[in-house]
Design a protein around this ligand. Sequence first.
Ligand code: PMP
Length: 295
Amino acid sequence: MGLVIYLNGEFVDEEEAKISVFDHGVLYGDGVFEGIRAYNGRVFRLSQHIDRLYESAKSILLDIGMTKEEMSEALLETLRRNNLRDAYIRLVVTRGKGDLGLDPRMCSKPTVFIIAAQIQLYPEELYEKGLEVVTVPTRRNIVEGVNPRIKSLNYLNNILAKIEANLAGVSEAILLNNEGYVTECTGDNIFIVKNGEVITPPPFLGILEGVTRNSILEIAEKLGYRTAEKVFTRHDLYVADECFLTGTAAEVVPVVKVDGRVIGEDGKPGKITATLIREFRKLTAVDGTEIYPNR
Ligand code: PMP
């Protein structure tokens, strides 16, 4: 027996979880998704992820055909059927089965599936030593096109950037927008710390508004740090005191080198970054929707 997958209202073994080759999610990347994590029997920020999913779907005029409550329950039940307390959850809604043309009117019913799998933790070393990253030639999608605020199934732009990071032999790519402002990485948001201020680009610039990003802003404010959502350039990155990335999968990861420039004084993860990593871990251990409320 493999994983139990939620697929269109049913729970099936992963071997049985099949979708049509005419699904527009496969043919055109026409759909939306979420990546969510459960820690210690609780789903972190479930309602924020579900809200973002429905906003992404609304933006591309995709009717999910389920209420948010039904979707949340389907997700929790998928975790229960797999007996998971710590997990990475992938929730996908595609336009559904259509014909070979791209017209979404040919798709009468969306495809919804939920995969809950054991989480593959990154090595702890990564969090202690920090990453080297580069800025890459591929630009973040323009907001007038597929707005990066939509968590769409079309990640090819991000994949191109990831290939560029791979070719450069580093862990992550930073994408700029067409005006040269720093946006985000291929699957993570970016922060810098300068003179004690915790800074991250604003959503209107064309970024995915990360749930982890927003949690970090909240935590930083609670701890009394100054925070700002403002645009910055590569130069600001190079001369930052600290830099880190945030995302559901990676959580909070320090960056110690950007385009060959050592960040901060000594190339070690910064103090504020380390504090935010610690506080974020404290929060995820206790805050979230209970998967097994009656146990
Ligand atoms: N930016 C992009 C492009 C992403 O794919 C992700 C991961 N979903 C993030 C940022 C981080 O968002 P979150 O903290 O909600 O996982």
